[in-house]
Write a protein that binds this ligand. Structure first.
Ligand code: SF4
Ligand code: F3S
Ligand code: FES
Length: 250
């Protein structure tokens, strides 16, 4: 009772070639897709490469695509599939494959480094920072990010357009700019305009696919990207609006 055979189809290969391989595999009650991948490693596919760590949806390592949908392997329960359904597991499509389900996600590290870090006002030392609770809360949501890169993988701006990768930071890192932009003590300068001009905010046409796949349910588009687009436009035509904002919020 509670055990059945499921038809799994897993992408096997490296950066030069690969193919989908079929495996019949045992599934028990309460299991998630990562359990099945581990069972394959223990049985029919000892050398199957997969990246994982916490098995609790918190480390962001086990991102892959299941039946073409970007998901965390450890948070996708087997009972969401019909018993006779073929479950296809493939690597993230937007990043280069290293082997099997493991991709090279260094695009994201590059984008992270391109964003200037928090810049406190001159003369203010750590320990002297004072913020209102409402300002802390405003960006709290964004800090739930587990850096799974599912949003980065899903956004159509880069998913099928390698050529846009240079200019576009992706939803996760545009959200990081938004977080700093909302920080009342950040004195770096006009972050919204910078997002527009240097990190490719203008590529985003608010399709919200990033928000849909976020396992932390962060409202990336509504709470980070759209407000930043509005500020980028306002400020472009009226620098005093931005200056006013910044002073008023302090
Ligand atoms: Fe993952 Fe959500 Fe963070 Fe994007 S914003 S990397 S989908 S947790
Ligand atoms: Fe891409 Fe999200 Fe914008 S999917 S287009 S960054 S709303
Ligand atoms: Fe950590 Fe899935 S293994 S999020």
């Amino acid at each position: 009772k509670g055990t059945h055979l499921q038809h799994f189809r897993v992408w096997r290969g490296d950066d030069t070639k690969g193919e989908l391989v079929d495996y019949p595999v045992e599934v028990n009650e309460g299991e998630v897709v990562l359990d099945i991948i581990h069972r394959l490693q223990a049985t029919e596919a000892n050398d199957l490469a997969v990246r994982w760590n916490c098995k609790a949806g918190k480390c962001g390592s086990c991102s892959a695509e299941i039946n073409g949908r970007p998901r965390l392997l450890c948070m996708t329960r087997m009972n969401t599939f019909a018993v006779d359904e073929v479950v296809t597991v493939t690597p993230l499509r937007t990043f280069p494959v290293i082997r099997d389900l493991v991709t090279d996600v260094s695009f994201n590290y590059t984008k992270a480094r391109e964003i200037p870090s928090f810049t406190p006002p001159e003369g203010l030392e750590p320990g002297e920072y004072r913020m209102q609770q409402i300002d802390v809360e405003r960006s709290q949501e964004f800090r739930k990010c587990i850096e799974c890169y599912l949003c980065q993988n899903t956004c159509h701006v880069v998913r099928d357009h390698e050529e846009n990768k240079e200019a576009f930071a992706g939803p996760r890192y545009l959200m990081r700019v938004a977080e700093l932009d909302m920080h009342p003590l950040d004195a770096h300068g006009n972050r919204a305009a910078e997002a527009q001009e240097e990190h490719g905010l203008g590529f985003c046409n608010i399709t919200k696919c990033c928000t849909e796949v976020c396992p932390e349910h962060i409202k990336i588009t509504d709470n980070a990207l759209i407000p930043m687009k509005e500020r980028a436009v306002d400020r472009k035509y009226d620098p005093l609006v931005w200056l006013g904002d910044k002073i008023f919020r302090r």
